[in-house]
Design a protein around this ligand. Structure first.
Ligand SMILES: *Cc1c(COP(=O)(O)O)cnc(C)c1O
Length: 362
């Protein structure tokens, strides 16, 4: 028998969200970011639902090959570029484009030239201080790369640390400062691609020729203080599990490891077939909302590896076999993520491989 825990991926929501991005992008090309198994939604589902995207952006060459095997014939971009020269033949074979973010990568390209046609996008570090060349290095990098036989410089990219409206407004890496530094590189060769989901939605002024949208495609707001409803996107993932047991307990009785929750009244406690080994964080506090039989039921006690408990005293309809939504349409993933000090992104892509996935084609 299969465990009664299931993730449902809603293809229709993915398609709808893509259209929201398409509109927000204006005339710009859209890279659908499908890293981390499409933020937990499954690469194949993403490939199918984002068929109108201009390209896919992801992390590993192996995932690029998998996208090709799923039938993706359009562009693919490696967001962190290659990690070793061993990957270069496959990159060329599958016509994958790569970011170049560091001098060591230029050296590797020089040593492995000539190429048939290796398309490179130069990453600029405009203040996030993760990957990229300094703005003043850009023109020299263009010259160096262009001099390598078979290398085409086809773009310039940067990444914002604070494009979310409720993120820091001051400090060394404000959105405006990063945008200014990007402008300082002068004329760019090929297409310019600056915007992530937040910048695509909230900062049309960044312009450029393409956007890289990730989390918003999956129906989660990039800014957890702004609701999905306001952004007109729909959650594409419903994470749910069934109630497998009910305990009727007395006031003063405890639930779960460490007795983190103690009943203040006689309570009906439902045991749900989902634990931290499935991707529901152990750090989720008492009171975190779940949705069962049309009502909110609070989490009680620490999530265990394979189970968690909710208080259904006020949901008499809840019984063994009832489906409990942990996040999805009724419980926004950002809302529960915030309760345990993280963001929806982390919960979405932390889903464990042991969880069954069902695809809702409509
Ligand atoms: C993940 C990623 C994105 C997408 O970010 P979202 O906030 O999910 O839209 C864009 N660009 C780069 C370089 C990334 O790593």
């Amino acid at each position: 028998m299969t465990r009664p825990i299931i993730v449902t991926i809603h293809k229709k929501a993915l398609r709808h969200n893509f259209q929201v991005v398409r509109k927000a992008a204006g005339g710009r090309a859209v890279w659908a970011v499908v890293k981390a198994n499409a933020y937990g939604h499954g690469l194949r589902n993403a490939v199918e639902a984002f068929s109108e995207a201009d390209g896919l952006a992801l992390l590993e060459v192996s995932e690029a090959v998998r996208a090709r095997e799923c039938g993706w014939t359009k562009r693919i971009l490696l967001l962190e570029g290659f990690f070793s020269q061993k990957e270069l033949p496959e990159i060329e074979q599958h016509e994958v484009e790569t970011i170049v973010h560091s001098a060591w990568m230029i050296d590797v390209l020089k040593r492995n030239a000539p190429f048939k046609n290796l398309r490179c996008h130069i990453k600029i570090n405009t203040g996030m201080n993760r990957l990229g060349f300094r703005p003043e290095e850009y023109q020299a990098v263009v010259r160096e790369l262009s001099a390598i036989a078979g290398v085409t410089v086809c773009g310039a990219v940067t990444h914002f640390a604070n494009a979310e409206p409720t993120y820091t407004k001051g400090g060394p890496a404000t959105f405006e400062k990063q945008l200014d530094r990007m402008s300082s590189i002068g004329s760019t060769q090929g297409e310019k691609c600056l915007a992530n989901s937040a910048a695509t939605l909230f900062h049309p002024e960044v312009g450029g020729d393409a956007v890289r949208a990730g989390v918003i495609l999956y129906g989660a707001s990039p800014d957890s203080n702004i609701s999905e409803r306001e952004l007109h996107v729909r959650p594409a993932m419903t994470f749910s599990a069934k109630i497998i047991a009910i305990q009727n307990i007395q006031a003063g009785d405890a639930v779960g490891y460490g007795s983190r929750w103690i009943a203040s009244r006689p309570s009906r406690i439902a045991v749900v077939a989902c634990g931290y080994a499935d991707g529901y964080p152990r750090s989720m506090p008492n009171g975190a909302p779940t949705w069962v039989e049309g009502k909110i039921a609070p989490l009680v006690g620490a999530t265990s590896m394979d189970m968690l408990e909710i208080d259904v005293t006020d949901v008499p309809e809840a019984t063994v076999g009832s489906i409990v939504e942990l996040w999805g349409e009724h419980i926004p993933v950002n809302q529960v993520a915030k309760l345990c000090g993280t963001i929806g992104y982390e919960l979405l892509c932390a889903l464990a491989p042991r969880v069954n996935v069902r695809v809702d084609e409509e």
